[in-house]
Design a protein around this ligand. Structure first.
Ligand SMILES: *Cc1c(COP(=O)(O)O)cnc(C)c1O
Length: 376
């Protein structure tokens, strides 16, 4: 089976994990955790990294730190992986869903601007919903597939309307907007190391920030909020959201490979484009001007989506549709979905992601392309 986006264990993973096993430092503390955090901060040019058990728990921790609660809304993208909206719901808050741009597949900033100016107002320096008076303290843009929206404009809108930005940059490790790394725009950014991401630790996540207090608080909250190094004194409700040293050891090894993985992802998309552009109605994600994406997950848009999904998967070439838009899931169908033409539905019905593990060979890519061409 040709995996959609599988792990590529090609460096010091065995060595570093063996080191954990040899020394007994396998669990919740160890030098690899510190090293992984420092490497991530350095790579993303942020001051601090705090490792977490997953991207989802990283997102949840950020919202908890900002005091988001059940009287609040959080603005996010209607097209995203469920983890974004789940992390919002864990706090009791409700997502406000903004439709997607049909070409870049990121949050449509024209719609966002319209929503903010028509339906919100500031009270005591915080954005509020005009209708019901609920707070909207946070906006959580999602860098869908490693592309980003016009971050300059998004940051300006957020500043104007007094929204704190938490980036769901879980798919965007290695993506830049105007040479600034994804996750370093907002007060807080997040990454995921699930098995299908550009690097993996088996499972894991990271919070990045330039704010020392928030970094300390994140470490505190994700380690059960223990406030004494000896006694079991805890000063608030904390979480067991830490990343274990074995996973971090793998993360350090994967970080050493990241640069090469990004180069390979660029080669993969270039090859796919040269083979498939002009075939039938196939088109690719349009990259926002100023963005240098990591091309995490090459995805094509075509009216033949259903037939292609069937053809590729039945030929052991793993291929996946886009996520069902949040407003179409029963948990969020009652939430505000701000849109004009429901582009989320269009993108959802026409997109499919194609095999792109960093260890895929060029001839395997060619065979995927040949299979796709068969259909047209
Ligand atoms: C992968 C991902 C996450 C986090 O996933 P985890 O499996 O919890 O690490 C969150 N949001 C998006 C958009 C993702 O793709």
């Amino acid at each position: 089976m040709l995996l959609l986006s599988g792990p590529n264990i090609a460096g010091n993973e065995w060595k570093y994990i063996k080191d954990c096993l040899n020394t007994g430092w396998v669990s919740s503390v160890g030098t690899y955790v510190d090293q992984f955090e420092k490497m991530t901060a350095a790579f993303t040019r942020t001051r601090f990294g705090v490792a977490t058990s997953s991207g989802t728990t990283a997102l949840h921790t950020c919202l908890v730190m900002l005091g988001v609660n059940s009287f609040d809304y959080v603005i996010t993208s209607n097209i995203t992986f469920i983890a974004t909206c789940n992390s919002i719901r864990y706090t009791g808050a409700e997502p406000i869903l903004i439709d997607t741009d049909p070409q870049t597949w990121q949050m449509d900033l024209d719609l966002l601007e319209e929503f903010l100016s028509k339906d919100t107002e500031q009270r005591n320096g915080v954005c509020h919903c005009k209708n019901d008076g609920r707070r909207i303290p946070v906006i959580m843009p999602v860098h869908v597939l490693g592309n980003m929206c016009d971050m300059e404009r998004l940051m300006m809108l957020a500043q104007k309307h007094k929204l704190i930005v938490v980036e769901d940059s879980t798919e965007a490790l290695g993506s830049y907007y105007n040479d600034k790394h994804a996750g370093s725009f907002g007060l807080l950014g997040t990454f995921s190391y699930n098995g299908n991401k550009i690097i993996t630790t088996g499972g894991g996540g990271m919070i990045v920030t330039d704010d020392e207090q928030l970094a300390k608080r994140a470490k505190h909250l994700t380690t059960q909020a223990k406030s004494d190094s000896f006694e079991y004194v805890h000063d608030e409700i904390g979480y067991n959201y830490r990343l274990v040293n074995i996973s971090a050891a793998m993360g350090v090894a994967q970080m050493e490979l990241l640069h090469g993985f990004i180069i390979r992802k660029h080669e993969i998309i270039t090859l796919y484009k040269s083979e498939l552009e002009g075939v039938g109605d196939i088109s690719f994600q349009k990259i926002t001007p100023g963005v240098r994406p990591n091309w995490w997950l090459p995805t094509i848009l075509t009216v033949k989506q259903k037939a292609l999904l069937e053809l590729l998967n039945s030929n052991r070439m793993q291929s996946r549709p886009f996520w069902v838009p949040m407003n179409q899931l029963k948990m969020f169908s009652g939430n505000k979905f701000y849109h004009k033409r429901n582009c989320s539905d269009y993108v959802y019905r026409h997109c499919l992601s194609i095999p792109c593990s960093t260890n895929i060979t060029n001839s395997q890519i060619k065979s995927v392309c040949d299979k796709i061409k068969e259909l047209y």
